[in-house]
Ligand binder design. Sequence first.
Ligand code: DX5
Ligand code: ZN
Length: 226
Amino acid sequence: MRQPTVIAPSILSANFARLGDDIERVVAAGADWIHFDVMDHHYVPNLTFGPMICEALKPHAGQALMDVHLMVEPVDALVPMFAKAGAGLISFHPEASRHVDRTLALIRDAGCQAGLVLNPATPVHWLDHVMDKLDLVMLMSVNPGFGGQSFIASTLPKLRQVRGRIDAHQRDTGRTVRLEVDGGVKPDNIAVIAQAGADTFVAGSAVFGSTDWAATIAKLRQAALA
Ligand code: DX5
Ligand code: ZN
């Protein structure tokens, strides 16, 4: 069973000189979640922001959940810091953690929802023994590190495969798990991405690079439901 559609604009493509204002404006424009891309210039080549910035921005997000995407290695020490900084959901790349099950427990014990992120070439078997500890699976449809890249088409069959696993898990346990897609999501490809099984959509350049954010978010939502 598909969860209600969530549109999560990535502030990686917002104006870094006015992040608080941009978050307020994008929430007013209809954003459900704020996607917060944490990059450490180690796991990925780029460098962005940490828990202090998250904490400063959280009051500007209103009811929108802070969807913290950790592209960092190692992971564990940052988990309690982001939980304290107001993260609602924390996801990480399993190959960046020595002990995936322990990191998931840290996130949940800190009171946050937990997500695992799989890169385009990371196999889905990473989900094998942890589905019961996940609130969300995120599939990268670009290589992590930068906004504004093109959607990698092999994500579509991978989404179908993970959708199948999530549906089977829900049938067996009654637990719901969201399926998020991150990278190159646009109004003109979100319909096929949704049909492949995603219910939660990160959109950075598509939203912040458009002139009318509300119209773009509405277009994304409508196309995702079609
Ligand atoms: C890439 C980030 C994405 C990025 C998406 O490493 O994880 O969240 O901001 O940007 P767009 O939507 O422009 O591809
Ligand atoms: Zn991201």
